[in-house]
Design a protein around this ligand. Structure first.
Ligand SMILES: N[C@@H](CCC(=O)N[C@@H](CS)C(=O)NCC(=O)O)C(=O)O
Length: 218
């Protein structure tokens, strides 16, 4: 049986958090490029339909052929399969780990379905800028709540990097981008800058989520 993963992903997407996890875990994976947020490449984005009828990346085909969607679920499963990047069931950090994995997915990441195309909920173009602004404000509010409740240290759960740190590092690069994120979540900001600078991920970040000068001050 072929033992590699197939990941439907897109540069600059949440799929890069899964790419980072597979990289740190030393797993072989093949990326199927599916630019789901690129209106000029509808056919490219449609590639993910083979794995996810929601037409969203990431979607992961496990070595045994089973398909997984949902970034948090994928990261949790990879953490189970490849120990060292997620607290196990008996670890005292486990409840916080599960809480914040679900929170990033449900309270924050899901809002980009609205932010990226407000016409999905509000057909009137005149009303859409306000919807986008309020959605971005909600995202910032949620990061601020996580900052206060999670009390991050070197990494979010303590001294060791987990897939939660990878998840927050990538999702916090989305709009309203890092300058606002650092304002509302300064300690999480230190964590994500540490993960940004992790030498094990330098090549991946450069290829899949390249930083232009000043990218984190936008
Ligand atoms: N709940 C999904 C959200 C994934 C998601 O929103 N992915 C974006 C890329 S970052 C996407 O494919 N958007 C296209 C769309 O929603 O139409 C997850 O956590 O995996």
């Amino acid at each position: 049986m072929d033992s590699h993963y197939i990941l439907y992903s897109d540069a600059g997407s949440g799929g890069v958090a899964v790419e980072a996890a597979l990289t740190l875990m030393g797993q072989r994976y093949e990326v199927v490029e599916a630019p789901t947020s690129e209106p000029d490449d509808v056919a490219g984005g449609d590639r993910v339909l083979a794995a996810n009828p929601l037409r969203q990346v990431p979607a992961l085909v496990l070595p045994g052929g089973e398909v997984m969607t949902e970034s948090a679920a994928i990261l949790l499963r990879l953490g189970e399969l490849h120990p060292g990047f997620a607290p196990g069931p008996d670890d005292p950090r486990r409840p916080a780990f599960l809480r914040w994995m679900a929170y990033v997915s449900a309270a924050i990441y899901s809002l980009y379905w609205v932010k990226d195309d407000p016409s999905r909920l509000v057909p009137d173009p005149a009303a859409q800028p306000a919807l986008v602004a309020r959605t971005l404000a909600r995202i910032s509010e949620c990061w601020g709540i996580m900052e206060r409740e999670a009390a991050p240290r070197r990494y979010i759960l303590g001294d060791e990097l987990t897939v939660l740190d990878l998840y927050v590092t990538v999702v916090s690069r989305f709009q309203p981008r890092r300058r606002r994120f650092y304002e509302v979540a300064p300690r999480l900001g230190e964590v994500v800058r540490r993960v940004d600078a992790d030498p094990r991920l330098a090549a991946l970040w450069a290829e899949r989520y390249p930083f232009e000068p000043g990218w984190d001050r936008l």
